[in-house]
Design a protein around this ligand. Structure first.
Ligand SMILES: Nc1ncnc2c1ncn2[C@@H]1O[C@H](COP(=O)(O)OP(=O)(O)OP(=O)(O)O)[C@@H](O)[C@H]1O
Ligand SMILES: [Mg+2]
Length: 366
């Protein structure tokens, strides 16, 4: 089953078919744009992408703290992208969204269903309904009762959505889909799964996205998320350690980290301990997973996020967890536009999982 919920920012069900759109991930380090095209025969082509850096602390823990700065990056990024498409799909962090599956009688009219969803939502959402955006999606027949269908409800506080939509609007763009980051990751994963042995069927696969401040772990089985966890751990810790160790400013540390040029003791005294810590964090999350679910093993780890660019991080994680680990590249099965440099795309790909998953919303059947 595929989760596919959208908060339709312009009102639900107004769009009979999804028009061309660009996936935009507003993350803590950058505003990231990805535009995909249908290349025919079930293939996609990455047409354009831009990673436009964001000032530090403009977005913290998935919340837009400085809307002006985010809007400015949005505008600059959009200009560089040089696309004609003006619709965008955005995402909220999973922590900002409450989701719940309910069962309702099958065969209800849309308005009846809507009313029932609102009544249900009222019971478990800790805010007044006027303060939230509510959406739902019929998933299919209920696994427990033949007369029922299963419905996924999602709710988020209005301002979380409004801030993101406002940043897009400031750049002259229209947000027509607001998704959830973990669902976007999952959509991107479905492309990667094609490359796995047996297409990943009946395998337990952990996507570990290590970004700036957060490590997001989403464990999937046959296209369904069976475990989701956020740990406060990210590349920011390495940047801070570089600052302390070598007396650099945050900006200098960030550049040195990506481009090299640090003293010889960097690897042994700073980088290696960070990689060990990261691997340990992953092992811990897997332990939580085993103790709180019926599962006792993971078949594969896919590393994503900017930190996945650290050489041999996959090796470090694999040695610590004893799970085969690879770096995720959502574009490996795609055609690549001649406008894009393949070397650079290869480096950037792991940090574009969310933006890529959002860009894929363009091809959703509706
Ligand atoms: N080549 C590299 N070597 C080491 N670290 C890198 C490299 N490239 C990027 N990073 C780090 O990856 C992090 C950014 O990753 P990413 O773009 O996935 O984060 P984000 O999506 O903005 O953050 P979050 O998901 O936490 O909001 C930064 O800490 C950055 O320093
Ligand atoms: Mg991220």
């Amino acid at each position: 089953m595929k989760f596919d919920i959208k908060f339709d920012a312009i009102g639900r069900f107004l769009q009979p078919k999804t028009p061309p759109l660009i996936g935009v991930d507003i993350s803590s380090s950058a505003v990231k744009f990805v535009e995909l095209e249908d290349a025919g025969k079930g293939r996609y082509r990455i047409e354009r992408y831009v990673i436009e850096p964001l000032q530090k602390d403009a977005v913290v823990d998935g919340n837009i703290v400085n809307l002006d700065q985010v809007s400015d990056s949005f505008k600059r990024g959009w200009k560089k992208l040089n696309s004609r498409v003006r619709n965008v799909a955005l995402a909220l962090p999973a922590a900002a969204v409450i989701t719940k599956k309910i069962s309702v009688p099958a065969g209800q009219r849309e308005d009846e269903l809507e009313l029932q969803v609102e009544t249900e939502a009222n019971q478990y959402i800790p805010f007044a309904l006027e303060e939230v955006n509510l959406d739902f999606q019929v998933l299919g027949p209920s696994p427990t009762s033949a007369d029922d269908v299963e419905v996924l409800i999602a709710a988020s506080r209005k301002e979380k959505i409004e801030d993101r939509v406002a940043a897009a609007e400031a750049a002259g763009l229209k947000a027509i889909v607001v998704d959830i980051e973990s669902y976007a990751t999952q959509a991107a994963f479905e492309l990667i799964a094609r490359e796995l042995p047996e297409g990943g069927v009946d395998q337990t696969i952990a996507i570990v996205d290590v970004g700036t401040s957060m490590m997001n772990v989403n464990i999937l089985r046959n296209g369904e998320s069976v475990y989701l966890r956020e740990q406060p751990f990210g590349g920011q810790q390495l940047t801070q350690e570089i600052q302390r160790h070598f007396g650099l400013t945050p900006e200098e540390a960030e550049i040195a980290k990506r481009n090299g040029g640090l003293p010889e003791n960097y690897e042994s005294e700073v980088l290696q301990p960070f990689m060990d810590n990261l691997a340990l964090e992953v092992a811990r999350v897997l332990q939580f997973f085993y103790t709180s679910t019926q599962y006792s093993s993971v078949d594969r780890i896919l590393l994503a996020g900017g930190c996945a660019a650290i050489p041999d991080l996959d090796g470090a994680v694999s040695r610590r967890t004893q799970v085969s680990t690879v770096v995720a590249n959502p574009f490996s099965q795609m055609d690549v536009s001649s406008k894009i440099r393949p070397r650079q795309l290869q480096l950037d790909a792991p940090s574009l999982l969310v933006a890529c998953g959002l860009a894929l919303r363009r091809f959703d059947p509706s």
